[in-house]
Design a protein around this ligand. Structure first.
Ligand SMILES: [Zn+2]
Ligand SMILES: [Zn+2]
Length: 229
């Protein structure tokens, strides 16, 4: 049985997993806002079911099995298609869609998923630039870095921005920092903060704290097709 709680775990493990594919118990407890003991209990359950969705070792945290990864990507596909639908078809603003999609992602059928995808023309990315997993659970490859890592004097194209905080999204949109916008880091403050960024061919630069710049990812172009704004 795939409950909303289980789906949130699989999604959180997928999201938190670093280079080695591992999500720690403490990281999951923070992300899901539950006690570490409940995380441990749930991870055991997910590891013991057949087919197993995670591999869990007490000291090393959890990794997704291929089946678990497929489930996580399926939920992400729901989430991101719903965001596109709310944004493109229903006129929601980009700071309103994430919370709504977090609720609806657990509820839609495969039929509704397919109908939304075809009505939207099979979009490749959601309004924040997050790639939409294909139906078969694969993701188009991407090469991107946090804007905070872009050297002074370099320019790049925005690929995605974090979507969890509506205030951050409104702040970024107010500065034109949306997927497919081109920008350049023109200067750095003392101790590397803030980044002085020129967006498009604006005459003025804007100051972005390193923390905010860590929530924006960029690539060096050419611009990707099919991304929302
Ligand atoms: Zn979202
Ligand atoms: Zn998104």
């Amino acid at each position: 049985m795939l409950t909303p709680a289980i789906e949130d775990y699989l999604k959180a493990i997928y999201d938190l997993a670093g280079e080695d594919g591992r999500a720690s118990t403490s990281g999951l407890a923070r992300r899901l806002d539950v006690a570490p003991a409940s995380v441990t209990g749930m991870l055991r359950k997910l590891a013991e079911r057949r087919p197993a969705w995670v591999v869990y070792q007490k000291s090393r945290g959890a990794t997704l099995t291929p089946e678990g990864r497929l489930r996580a990507l399926e939920i992400l596909r729901h989430h991101r298609l719903i965001e596109c639908f709310l944004h493109d078809a229903l006129g929601y603003s980009w700071d309103e869609v994430h919370a709504e999609a977090d609720r609806l992602e657990h509820a839609i059928s495969e039929t509704l998923e397919d109908r939304m995808a075809s009505r939207l023309g099979d979009p490749l990315a959601d309004p924040h630039g997050h790639p939409i997993p294909r139906k078969d659970g694969t993701l188009p490859p991407r090469r991107e870095i946090p804007l905070a890592d872009l050297p002074v004097g370099s320019s790049a194209v925005v690929s995605r921005v974090s979507d969890g905080d509506p205030a951050l999204l409104r702040y970024l949109k107010g500065r034109g920092i949306v997927p497919n916008a081109s920008l350049a880091v023109v200067d750095l403050g003392p101790l590397g903060d803030p980044l002085m960024v020129r967006v498009g061919d604006a005459s003025e630069t804007c100051a972005l704290s390193r923390k905010v710049a860590g929530e924006v990812h960029v690539h060096d172009g050419p611009r990707e097709r099919g991304q929302g704004t």
